[in-house]
Design a binder for this molecule. Structure first.
Ligand code: GDP
Length: 203
């Protein structure tokens, strides 16, 4: 929706669940399309952001259903690209075997998937990047993948602290503050900027 309440053209790109990839080299049937992945620590707001991006209320609920929390869940977004929901990292109750399985799946996907064109890296605007975030950042650098840092839950901090938080996170990531998109799924802040930035990754 724009400020006048009219549906935006980007919002009309249809999105649907396609399949869950249990392995990083799992094929997606049909014509090849670039894949844009979404990643971040557990609870960062990834499912909510996916819904904000595509303009659907509960699309990403599928990612939380049993058996799908450990897979790469694939969604269409129009005919331009696939959106790939990477399971969240840093889940403190995860055991050793779970962590090893996560690594095989995610590291394999990020390092080697030929159709991976870009990645939205979600970070909670209230927190400094954690050791898990930094480790994930190292993996991204190895591949030299186009990465869009997306700051989530912006409604949780006051306007006066915002620039400070954005600058602090940008410094850790080694990027400019205006290279990141600030979002809130509560207020829908950043929805259009996010869509534009994702389409720019695809082109
Ligand atoms: P995921 O585990 O990364 O997929 O995160 P979810 O999308 O399930 O969100 C985790 C929690 O954060 C839920 O309680 C959401 O309601 C909440 N959340 C997600 N996005 C926002 C946001 O923009 N603002 C606020 N205040 N809460 C959010």
């Amino acid at each position: 929706m724009d400020a006048a309440g009219a549906p935006s053209p980007r919002g009309l790109l249809l999105s649907d669940y396609v399949l869950s990839m249990p392995r990083p080299d799992f094929p997606i049937p049909g014509p090849p399309r670039p894949e844009i992945a979404l990643a971040g620590r557990s609870n960062v707001g990834k499912s909510s952001l996916l819904n904000l991006l595509v303009g659907r209320k509960a699309l990403a609920r599928v990612s939380a259903t049993p058996g799908k929390t450990r897979a790469l869940n694939v969604f269409t977004w129009g005919e331009r690209c696939y959106l790939v929901d990477i399971p969240g990292y840093g889940w403190s109750r995860a055991g050793k075997a779970d962590r090893a399985a996560w690594r095989r799946l995610v590291v394999g996907y990020v390092r080697e998937r030929p159709t991976l064109a870009g990645l939205l890296w979600l970070l909670d605007i209230r927190r400094d990047p954690s050791p898990d975030d930094r480790a994930f950042g190292t993996l991204l650098q190895e591949r030299r993948l186009p990465v869009l840092p997306v700051l989530t839950k912006a409604d949780q901090i006051g306007r006066s602290h915002r620039a400070e938080r954005v600058a602090a996170i940008a410094q850790v990531l080694g990027c400019a503050p205006d290279e990141m998109v600030v979002t809130s799924t509560r207020t829908r802040e950043g929805q259009e900027a996010l869509r534009e930035a994702v389409l720019a990754l695809v082109d």
